[in-house]
Design a protein around this ligand. Sequence first.
Ligand SMILES: [Cu+2]
Length: 139
Amino acid sequence: MSKKFLVTLLLVSTLIVLLSTLAIALSSCGESSGPQTGNPPTGKNVVHMGNNDFLQSSITIRKGESITLVADTAPPHVITNGSWEGSTPKASKESGAPTVNDVNVNGNSSQAIGPFTTAGTFHLYCTVHPGMNLTVIAQ
Ligand SMILES: [Cu+2]
């Protein structure tokens, strides 16, 4: 009697685990059709910018793809290879990085950067806004 109960309990909990796994699989499947995923298709590599920052600190793309920077607000941004180290801007272009030299992204507009034809980790920053760094990982 007790053993039968335990077996039933085991079966029911297994069923619950299977159902929740299915639910998670279905919901993540729905998310993957959105623009921001770990393995995005070409043209979906969008990074938004606020008044004085990137809304995400890094983005992972496939080698050969470009990114699109979108200024969500009015202040313009000027993007260059390198990064802010504290309050000091350090212009620096990694080997294999696309040249990004004072690319203007006007307020409420967008600008493509790239393509990133070499696998690696690349740094971009906004010369206008201290600390506004973006890391692009091409793989
Ligand atoms: Cu900026």
